[in-house]
Design a binder for this molecule. Structure first.
Ligand SMILES: Cc1ncc(COP(=O)(O)O)c(C=O)c1O
Length: 338
């Protein structure tokens, strides 16, 4: 039979990470050693108390029904986590869960924009920021993140007609893939910009717990007026290595959260209850593992930078293969997996 597909499906290729994974598997089958720097699946285990909470809950038959919504204990856990971690007060109806920020970023476009409307996304930026709007036929306008501007959007250089047409803007610091944070003054300017042009801000906060040099990872919602203009996605994937369990939450502007929730109830019956229990364990602590892991990432980061700088210097004949370089490559080998 000649299968006919929608125009949209015909335009879509498999997501970039699925393509890279297939390529990786092919090469591994050929016996090649692969250094996988594609999708950032953490190689640290989840903390034991989180796994225990999931497995205990998985033994109870009542946890296999449709969850339909968030457990009240999970909403409490998110509230107290945001209060303690960021000093941000949230009401229960300002919180919702989803199957990871990836899924949330993809689907929220359906709640926020119509075909032909405009969405502002960073370039370079994480691919789902633009894939989401494109899936619902919105137009994407990429704002550049350049070194000469400390990798921050130049809000006053966004053309007036673009700003007026924009429905929402995706912002994400600490930023993937450029590993930069944004200063407080930026968030204040962003909120003023959002108010002036009535643009909803989506802040993707996937990496606030992986931050180096003693700096503190914050939340967009800490800034005055943030809740009036937008929401934040917080993922348990990187902070708690809960990656495959697929649980993130969006918090902030009540109207946006409620509209997005209503949209998701069309296709979602709620997150598997044992996964919700694991998330409660993650968010209520202890958090020593999160800090320890951040230190480990920082050490790897230093090793990676030392090796790249060392290679560069060796290539230019400025130094020979030394002890520090050997140590750095040893650390690197411990986390590069195939
Ligand atoms: C910036 C950014 N946002 C979101 C995600 C996806 O997170 P989740 O596992 O919550 O879907 C990633 C994953 O690498 C990411 O780098």
């Amino acid at each position: 039979m000649n299968m006919k597909f929608s125009e949209k499906a015909e335009q879509l290729d498999a997501g970039i990470f699925a393509v890279l994974n297939e390529k990786k598997n092919e090469l591994v089958k050929q016996g090649r050693t692969i250094y996988n720097l594609s999708v950032g699946t953490p190689d640290f285990p989840p903390m034991p108390h989180i796994m225990e909470a999931v497995s205990e809950a998985a033994k109870r038959p009542e946890n296999y029904k449709y969850a339909l919504s968030e457990l009240p204990e999970l909403l409490d856990a998110v509230q107290s986590f945001y209060q303690k971690r960021f000093g941000v007060q949230l009401e229960a109806d300002e919180i919702m869960t989803m199957y990871g920020s990836q899924e949330g970023m993809a689907h929220i476009a359906w709640a926020l924009c119509n075909p032909g409307e405009l969405v502002l996304v960073p370039n370079p930026g994480y691919q789902i920021f633009s894939a989401g709007p494109r899936l619902c036929d919105a137009e994407v306008w990429e704002y550049p993140l350049l070194e000469e501007h400390q990798f921050l959007p130049q809000l006053d250089e966004i053309p007036e007609e673009i700003a007026r047409r924009a429905r929402y803007m995706v912002v994400s610091y600490p930023a993937n893939p450029i590993c930069r944070t944004a200063p407080e003054s930026f968030y204040r300017d962003l909120i003023a910009f959002a108010k002036k042009y009535e643009i909803i801000i989506l802040h993707d906060n996937a990496y606030s717990d992986i931050i180096y040099d003693g700096r503190r990872g914050g939340s967009f919602l800490e800034y005055e007026g943030a809740k009036e203009v937008g929401i934040e996605f917080y993922s348990l994937s990187k902070s708690f290595n809960y990656t495959g369990a697929r649980l993130s939450f969006a918090v902030g502007n009540r109207a946006v959260i409620q509209k997005f929730k209503a949209l998701r109830t069309q296709f979602d019956y709620g997150i598997f209850l044992p996964v919700q229990y694991g998330a409660i364990a993650a968010l209520t602590g202890p958090f020593d593992g999160v800090k320890e892991q951040c230190r480990n990432y920082e050490e790897r980061n230093r090793a990676l930078c030392a090796v790249s700088a060392g290679m560069f210097r060796i290539a230019r004949g400025q130094c020979s293969y030394g002890r520090r370089y050997r140590r750095a490559t040893r650390i690197l080998r411990t986390f590069v997996w195939s």
